[in-house]
Design a protein around this ligand. Structure first.
Ligand SMILES: Nc1ncnc2c1ncn2[C@@H]1O[C@H](COP(=O)(O)OP(=O)(O)O)[C@@H](O)[C@H]1O
Ligand SMILES: N[C@@H](CCC(=O)OP(=O)(O)O)C(=O)O
Length: 265
């Protein structure tokens, strides 16, 4: 395919949703995780700065505990996330090691970006990791982040988290991998006539009117939260590409400027 897009992509945040990391039957998609480790390591070795925002703690935790469904009670969900996060990061560590790429884990809450001192500390950590050629792997700190607490700890979903991280560290590009080829004129799972949009310059109410909820069992955000992330990136003069994470090597095509997925901005 010919290069048609001219992207700035020196500093890139990649967000992978649960739907990319866990099969619909709940098994872990080791192939996708391995390909991610390969692509991200290759990008790093070519001088790009890459941050990976990875969901999957709950999905991996459910699989680890042999459960088919998310428990109803919040503390039980948090326990599953704690179990799954350590398993997820150990899988990443093993796969990245194959490509001689070191990783670091950052578990964040929303309020970190509100309090100036913790904000500064987090940004310093990102910079120090990137300077040492280490790939930060980020998730929400599900143990701490619940809505009920007296100040805002929850990002809501990892789509927001990835855009907040990307804009705070001054990333040029947010690559969002999901279980769908891009942004359509309607939810393709419900509307067979929905058309893939290759480029969306601005996100406004008309754009939101085309978005529906989550298609997967373990995912949280759906398309609305992806549009909010795109809006945030565009406001910060960045860009976002939404593409299908079924084969994460699609990132090579994205970086080569091929017209895959939907470009926002
Ligand atoms: N306009 C739209 N274009 C594409 N997908 C849409 C749209 N509206 C709703 N969706 C749904 O959003 C889903 C992706 O969100 P989600 O399941 O939360 O994924 P992830 O786990 O990757 O965050 C798609 O599978 C699709 O069912
Ligand atoms: N922190 C949660 C993230 C849940 C979430 O946002 O999932 P997704 O919609 O798949 O990106 C987890 O790791 O399971």
């Amino acid at each position: 395919m010919k290069a048609v897009r001219n992207l700035r992509a020196k500093r890139v945040v990649i967000k992978v949703g649960t739907s990319t990391l866990v099969y619909p039957d709940g098994a872990i998609n080791l192939r996708a995780i391995d390909q991610l480790a390969f692509v991200v390591s290759a990008m790093r070795h070519r001088g790009r700065e890459v941050v990976l925002v990875s969901s999957g703690a709950i999905g991996v935790g459910l699989n680890y505990m042999g459960l088919k469904q998310r428990p109803k009670l919040i503390p039980e969900q948090q326990a599953i996330a704690a179990i799954g996060q350590s398993e997820l990061i150990s899988i990443y560590k093993e796969r990245f090691a194959i490509y001689e790429q070191k990783i670091g884990q950052l578990l964040l809450t929303r309020d970190i970006f509100v309090y100036p001192e913790s904000h500064r500390n987090v940004l310093n950590t990102f910079e120090a990791l990137l300077q040492q050629n280490i790939v930060p792997i980020v998730n929400e700190n599900d143990t701490v982040a619940v809505d009920e607490l007296d100040h805002e700890t929850k990002f809501g979903d990892n789509d927001q988290l990835s855009a907040i991280v990307a804009t705070n560290i001054g990333a040029d590009l947010l690559i969002m991998l999901s279980d769908i080829d891009g942004f359509y004129t309607g939810n393709p799972n419900a509307d067979a006539s929905a058309q893939l949009l290759s480029h969306v310059e601005k996100v406004n109410q008309q754009t939101y009117d085309l978005a529906g909820g989550s298609g997967s069992r373990f995912g949280t955000g759906g398309m609305v939260t992806k549009l909010k992330a795109a809006e945030r990136m565009i406001k910060a003069d960045g860009q976002m590409i939404l593409a299908n994470g079924e084969d994460p090597t699609i990132i090579f095509k994205i970086l080569a400027g091929e017209a895959v997925g939907t470009l926002f901005g």
